[in-house]
Unconditional design. Sequence first.
Length: 334
Amino acid sequence: MSKVLTFGEIMLRLSTSPGTHFSNIVSFQAHYGGAEANVAVNLANFGYDVAFASKVPDNALGLSVKRHLQKYGVNTKPLLLGGNRLGTYYLDSGVGERSSAVIYDRANSSFASVQEMEWDFEQLFENVDILHLSGITPALSEKLAEISLRLVKEAKKRDIKVSFDINFRSKLWNHDQASRTLAKILPYVDYCSAGKMDAIYLLGIPENQTEQDDTDYYYQKMHEKYNNIEVFYSTKREVHSATSNSLQGTLWKDGKTYVSKVHKLEPIIDRVGGGDAFSAGILHGLVTGADLNYTVSFASAYSGLKHTIYGDCNPFAIRDVENLMENGSAKINR
């Protein structure tokens, strides 16, 4: 199987229980997670050789993060120790008409404080076939934006496929900042997670005024702007309430769009990590050369399953996902 390298920040997530609020909280559920770390865990769960490059403090929390990743089979050799603190964020879990809310506490974290390229390219990219990172990392600092760009350039020099999830976070940077950075990174990307809103507000694609289907139109226009990108993918989510969504996966390649069935997600136990599960599912299909209808259907089902459990990590095996795809129901497996 292909060797995958992911690069980004892993954090401690402290979540309220449904039906509580930050203003009167007495306890939190604790989980470790972050976009790139989640993709690493998900792919390791499928049997891939995956390494996660990041930096965590040299204390008990840093050791706990390392053990968390190792428990799932992720190679932590490029996980550096140092800095002052582990990034943290708080999640107020929504229910019904009350949406979830996030408060970040990640300033001056060990990873966000990185000021130079601390990873050796030769060691980092040894036998690597795919590099995966997201727009969250360059949003953390100008220095990490520079490092992200260096990584994708170096990967392309070594004929390594680059996977990039735009993953825009308005609490980390604005549209203009993101657009300028993306314009530098995307010319080196092979697989890209980007949807309609990304196309309009970050990539400068004019809104669809034609009779063409929105999905086809925006994928086509993004490819015209960045014809180096072989595959675009994203999800369409209809939010009925905080605990009831409809989800459909889409994938574009060689001028053709592929869509999954619509998954009704109700009740949602934990939405965080659903997009990362989708990305991991897409990468699994692309690496194995699977049929693209299968690939987008697999990724959507895998993402749907993630919504049924607490925490960022998705523990379901390939056979579990394919069982859902085949049976399409929650009937008991006997």
